[in-house]
Write a protein that binds this ligand. Sequence first.
Ligand SMILES: NC(=O)c1ccc[n+]([C@@H]2O[C@H](COP(=O)([O-])OP(=O)(O)OC[C@H]3O[C@@H](n4cnc5c(N)ncnc54)[C@H](OP(=O)(O)O)[C@@H]3O)[C@@H](O)[C@H]2O)c1
Length: 254
Amino acid sequence: MTDNPFSLKDKNIVITGASSGIGKQCAITCNKLGANIVLIAREKDKLINTMNLLSGENNLYYAQDITKYEEIDNIIADAVKKTGKIFGFIHSAGMEMTLPLNVLNYDYYNKIYSVNVISAFEISKRIANRKNLSESGGSFVLIASIMSDYGQAGKIGYCSSKGALVSGARAMALELVNKNIRVNCISPAMVQTEMSKKLLESLPVEAQNEILKMHPLGIGHPLDIANGCAFLLSDAAKWITGINLYIDGGYGAK
Ligand SMILES: NC(=O)c1ccc[n+]([C@@H]2O[C@H](COP(=O)([O-])OP(=O)(O)OC[C@H]3O[C@@H](n4cnc5c(N)ncnc54)[C@H](OP(=O)(O)O)[C@@H]3O)[C@@H](O)[C@H]2O)c1
C-alpha cells in the first residue's frame, strides 16, 4: 500500500498498441509508477524493444492482432495466470485512414472500426469479467482523438470510429460502475509518433504548416498523453468516470 494517490504500484495493466508511439510510452510511464504491464501489439520485435525498457519481472508481451477477438480470451487468461488479476486497460492500438467518401466501402469501415472501436470493447468485456478483474475494481482508458469531435475532409472513417469509441466508453462507464470500474477516454491532438509522421509526410509543406499552427503549444509528445493515462488509471482520479479528456496543446481552445 502507498499514500501516493498517483502510484500504480503492483497494479496489472493491459496496454494495446504497446509496440509504438503513445502505447509504448504509456507502458514505460505506468511501469515507472510501479505497474506490471501486459503489452499487446502485432510486431514481436517492437514489443520486445518496449519490454526491455521496463523494470520488474512481472511484465508480459503478446504478439497478437487484436481484431482476432476470440484469441484475446487466451491472452487475458494466460496473463491473469502469470501476473494475477487485471486492474487497468489502456487501448492505444489504432489506425488512421485518409480516404474520401466515394472511395470508402464496407471493407475499409470494417477494418478501421475493428481496430479502433470493437477491439476496445471486446477486450474491456474480458477484463471486466470477475474471473479476470482485480478485487479492487478497475480503470480503463481508451485513446480516442480530437477527431471524435472535429470533422476533417477525407476522415469519415477515422472521425466516426473515434466518435463511436467516445460514446461507447460513456455507456460502458455507466454500465461497469457497479463493478467499481471507471472508463474514460483521452483525446489527443497531434502527437509525434509513427502515425502522425506518416500523415504529415503525405501532405504538402503548406498543409503541414497549417496543422502546426493549429496547436498553440506545439505538437505533443507521447509522454503528454501517457501522463494523462497514468492519472486516469490512478486513485487520484477515483471520482472521474465517463469523461473524454482533451490533451491537445490548446487545439480545442480556438
Ligand atoms: N499520433 C497522433 O497524432 C494521434 C492523435 C490522436 C489520436 N491518436 C491515437 O492514439 C493511438 C496511438 O497512436 P500512435 O500515434 O501511438 O500510433 P502508432 O505509433 O502508429 O501506434 C499504433 C499502435 O497500434 C498497434 N496496432 C495497430 N493495429 C493493430 C492490430 N490489428 N492489432 C494489434 N495492434 C495493432 C500498432 O502495433 P503493431 O503494428 O505492432 O500491431 C502500434 O503499436 C491511436 O488510437 C491513434 O488513433 C494518435
